[in-house]
Write a protein that binds this ligand. Sequence first.
Ligand code: LLP
Length: 420
Amino acid sequence: MHHFQYQNDQMYCEDLPIQQIAQEVGTPFYLYSHATLKRHFNAFYNAFDGVDRLVCYSAKANTNQAILNLFAQLGGGLDIVSGGELYRGLQAGFEPDKIVYSGVGKRVDEIDYALKSGILMFNIESLEELEIINQRASHFNTVAPVAIRVNPDVDPKTHPYISTGLKKNKFGIDIVSALLGYKAARKLDHIEIKGVDCHIGSQITDVQPFKDTLASLKNLIDELREIGISIRYLDMGGGLGITYDDETPPAPDEYAQSIIQSLKGSSLKLILEPGRVIVGNAGILVAQVLYTKIGETKNFVITDVGMNDLMRPALYDAFHAIKPVTQTQDTAIVADIVGPICETSDFMARDRKIARVYRGDLLAVMSAGAYSFTMSSNYCSRPKCAEVMVKGDRFHVIRKRQAVEDLCAGESVPGFLDER
Ligand code: LLP
């Protein structure tokens, strides 16, 4: 049972009709179900019952303060990839020693900020980065906790743009060089080796790539032990997929079992960095139909959601189910569901079967809790959407819609434009 259901032909989020929220907030807006967010986090966490673990929610999927705050309250840690995400995480109440920091391009100011904050560990992605982090830790007369992000050369069989664990990808350090990296790290005075890390990709719908990755990481950990380097944390990254259309990803329990089985008897502490699986299906995007163009060869439904609001279809040709907020008996049409932006890639769906809709109707773009608001932009000077959270029969605007005045914030016109 999920929390975006029809009651008497009206779609509800938990106990509130979406139509009612739209009337009060205006469209478009992102809408999240508190009960779903909480259930997904707990289901993922509990799937690893009996294992010493830390679930570091992957901030990039959705960084709204209300959502981060909820996961912090549920005992979660945070996976970050920037100083901005560190700031947001600390603001939302995450304990610094539950924060892990990945990313191939950490800047010095970001490294310094993380060192001063006292994060759990840096997931290092190059030997040069290791050197720089050692230097910065030395500068502050402290010791930087690190893991090396290993690139295991495993094919996660997902969209090429979100595959990260293949040798040809920019991420991590291959397993042979990783061993050398650990040997080098051991000699550095301001580095403390804490863990081994990986992240092979996103929207993965099969457990086998995770199993293959774990097997090579375990080998590495054994080799390290033999040379006297002991590892405390094993960070398996994120990547578990969700159902957008007809995908059948493993449930968290199955995913957890595939990992737990081969960890029996080890004293490693497991870190997981799930993003999409927690928030993806806990949110939708509510759009309003502006116009319809019913043609002889092609139908278009033009909505107030543009590719700036939801970039995934334009960027990855991603599928999002689209449902009417009010169900009708109208016969279905096949249409492109598009936005107001002047680009052909500005679509939410193409050749989609959908009930005939009319100006003013509301549409629910499903599975829009992950990588949706966070990837939105102000392209075409479109203010960013509002975000709303529902709990039971109450709702709260967790991010107000941007006003047009916000669009010029920070811009300034130089005096020399007036010079003759
Ligand atoms: N850890 C690291 C180091 C990551 O890079 C990512 C995602 C995660 C964890 C979380 O992965 P998840 O559990 O959400 O699969 N924008 C794309 C997805 C990009 C994922 C990037 N890294 C999309 O909209 O599909």
